[in-house]
Design a protein around this ligand. Structure first.
Ligand SMILES: *Cc1c(COP(=O)(O)O)cnc(C)c1O
Length: 407
């Protein structure tokens, strides 16, 4: 046994013994990343189409993040949430001007940004709508793993998780405006939806649905809140997915790609909903200078390199490649926007395919039994897309040979 291998075996034995179990993880230890690639402790190289879970917008360990961390950490690591700091103000200026929403609250995770949105909606209900507190969310949605966002999530099987759940969430089928109208009562303070249900399997909202939600919210005086934790910051081919719909939300949440891998999230809203009073909301790391400097650098780079446009172009290229293998492998339901794409396999063998791809040096995500989701860094090139297709087809030839022959 070589030295690297025995060292990895020791690390894995330790990991399996000391890390609290939350998921079946593959038996590899990641060590290094660069651009579209990751390397494990055995020196194996992986082409990454999971992208840190739609997070590493600029690829792995980009120089802009290293530089921003170096510079800011030499100046100020943490002043305290009780003070403003310079990168906080600069980043707020950038996000508010990009989104058209005037106010921002910073957090560290998507769940935290969504918790803030939920609290703001309840505050709005309390002070402007006779104590209304119900928030309508969609079935098959995902909003996070804190207790409130678990209750807001509409994924099948999550209804009774960690009971008793936080009350006040009403779930309706996605893209069904009649069901939404029926669910609104005098207790409703907000509607909270994703524009593409990412964790649910990459299902897009219909433009007419989102436009009808805007009208409905305006008529009823309730907040329209978009969870763009996964779709925001260039992922779908525009800076924000709401741009595809021509609909402005009252509240917008961002995380994942905004920090390029650094823990960072934001909740944005209009001046009209700048409603928190002192003590209502906070957090030790809100506006943390290192996170602010990284966010500023990452979003600045996404803008400067026109990565949303590139995501649109390269996403269209990838879609076309996927359509090209439809017949060969019996692939269906090819869908998504920009670089948030998915397709369905003819059999529920997604986990098996993802595991075989890992062995072959390709990282892809199986977001459901038959669903494969692709969410590479926004910097992915056409050559890397070609490389991914070659690896993927090689694995599918091997493990789905029987299926291909049947077809
Ligand atoms: C990932 C995700 C979240 C949760 O974000 P965390 O950073 O894991 O807390 C919330 N909403 C959507 C749409 C997501 O994709």
């Amino acid at each position: 046994m070589n030295k690297e291998k025995s060292c990895t075996d020791e690390l894995l034995a330790e990991a399996n013994a000391s890390i609290l179990f939350i998921a079946n993880r593959p038996q590899v230890v990641m060590e290094r990343g660069e651009g579209m690639y990751l390397w494990d402790t055995n020196g194996n190289k992986y082409l990454d189409f999971i992208g840190g879970w739609a997070v590493t917008s600029l690829g792995h360990s980009p120089k802009v993040i290293t530089d921003a961390l170096l510079e800011q950490s030499g100046k100020l690591v943490n002043a305290s949430p009780g003070f403003f700091n310079k990168p906080m103000v600069e980043f707020a200026r950038l996000l508010t001007s990009l989104s058209g929403l005037e106010r921002v609250f910073f957090g560290s995770t998507g769940a935290e940004a969504n918790e803030s949105a939920i609290k703001l909606a309840r505050k709005y209900g309390a002070v402007r709508k006779n104590g209304a507190y119900e928030i309508i969310t969609a079935k098959r949605s995902f909003h996070g793993r804190s207790l409130a966002t678990t209750a807001a999530t509409g994924k099948a099987g999550w209804e009774h998780m960690f009971a008793p759940q936080l009350p006040g969430f009403v779930k309706v089928p996605y893209n069904d405006i009649e069901a939404m109208k029926l669910a609104i009562t005098p207790l409703t303070c907000a509607i909270f939806v994703e524009l593409i249900q990412g964790e649910g399997g990459v299902y897009e909202a219909d433009p007419a649905y989102i436009q009808a939600l805007r009208t409905l919210c305006d008529e009823q005086g309730i907040l329209l809140m978009f969870d763009e934790v996964q779709t925001g910051i260039g992922r779908t081919g525009t800076m924000f997915a709401f741009e595809h719909y021509g609909v402005m939300p009252d509240v917008l949440t961002l995380a994942k790609g905004i920090g390029g891998g650094f823990p960072l999230s934001a909740m944005l809203t209009k001046e009209a909903y700048n409603l928190f009073e002192a003590g209502d909301q906070g957090g030790t790391y809100t506006g943390q200078p290192l996170a602010m400097a990284v966010g500023l650098a990452v979003v600045g780079e996404v803008l400067q390199r026109k990565l949303p446009q590139q995501a649109a172009e390269h996403g269209a290229y990838l879609l076309q490649k996927l359509h090209g293998i439809k017949e060969q492998y019996g692939v269906t339901g090819i869908r998504g926007k920009g670089l948030l794409l998915a397709f369905d396999l003819p059999e529920p063998r997604g986990a098996e395919l993802a595991a075989a791809c890992l062995q072959a040096g390709l990282l892809i995500n199986s977001s459901g039994p038959s669903t494969i989701r692709l969410m590479p860094a926004l910097i992915v090139s056409k050559a890397e897309i070609d490389e991914m297709m070659t690896l993927l087809c090689g694995v599918m030839d091997r493990i789905f040979k029987d299926v291909a022959l049947l077809d």
